[in-house]
Design a protein around this ligand. Sequence first.
Ligand code: NDP
Ligand code: GDP
Length: 348
Amino acid sequence: MTKTAFITGITGQDGSYLAELLLSKGYEVHGLVRRASTFNTHRIDHIYVDAHDPDARIFFHYGDLSDSEMISHVLYNIKPDEIYHLGAQSHVRVSFETPEYTGNVTALGTTRILEAIRRSNPAIRFYQASSSEMFGHIAPPQNEESCFWPRSPYACAKLYAYWMTRNYRDGYNMFTCNGILFNHESPRRGEIFVTRKITRGIAAILAGKEKYLYLGNLEAKRDWGFTPEYVECMWQILQQDTPDDYVIGTGETHTVQEFVDAAFAYAGLDPEKHVKIDQKYFRPTEVEALLADPSRAEKKLGWKAKIKFSELVKIMVDADMKAAGLSPVGEGYEILDKKFPGRWWGRD
Ligand code: NDP
Ligand code: GDP
């Protein structure tokens, strides 16, 4: 029987890859889309099929995570088997400028969905997009048993949502799970996250459009993985016999400086000549070092990251060079061909 999934955040990086994955598995996919004065569906336009088409299996619903009535209405109408809650104000630095809004959408948005599930059909399986940012100041490596020490309004909001997800599981016996994902990137990563900012910046420099790339703290360490692999995990987490929480990451950590150096070297540029520091990109409180210990996911889900740091850098630089109308170096595409033969990932 065809399963029905509802994805919040379908227009974002993760939502777009997850929608592709679920369609490829035969799901009927419904997504929450915010009304904007300009089109915001560019990441999913290639999989959209007009609802009048009898073969259409993807449907959009206008709404917002601040609107609980709308969420209840959508759940009542589409009767999903699974909900992947990816929608959020997802940017850490922006959350310092919009702490109340971030709390409303990123924290309370989760409660609104959990309540709608509890009242309509507690059998719906629910995935919460939790974040490694919740570990914050806790020394690496971090796993499911680590404490939390959030260091931004974003991380505080995600931690509230994490605990609500666990409480609905414990209190109401609902199938609610947290995927605690470490940073994951791709050619579709939002343009103001540091990896994409660097790879787009390199393409702009090579195309002669920019001379400098302005960055903040280059000492911070992150565990960066490849998004298409991470959305596989989201699906796997909801297919288990029992609900649980999982840390997902590569088990490798690198500084922002290392990302800069690797990406510039791959593109044949000297970062000394192009990278400048701008204080405005520093945060009031920083998360210094994130490093996943994904052993539970490896053991229980059989999941292990295939794409590691240096390969990710090449995939992202190639894609942004191509997007800028330049000839990619090409190694990034070779990696994708080798590790994911026949897949479309990272080519757009
Ligand atoms: P993106 O920023 O790319 O996507 C966020 C999505 O949320 C977009 O579809 C956005 O819509 C939607 N959204 C934002 N505000 C609202 C709102 N008020 N109502 C409805 N929808 C809204 O994030 P990612 O895809 O990278 O991340 C997906 C989720 O995973 C997020 O919750 C993020 O916090 C979390 N996460 C991400 C990590 C990462 O490294 N990528 C790591 C750990 C957790 P629009 O397109 O209109 O802006
Ligand atoms: P985050 O881990 O969710 O905050 O992901 P980001 O990609 O936004 O930031 C990763 C790290 O890069 C953080 O430690 C930032 O402080 C650091 N960083 C350094 N310069 C920049 C910059 O110009 N933009 C962003 N977004 N981050 C930067």
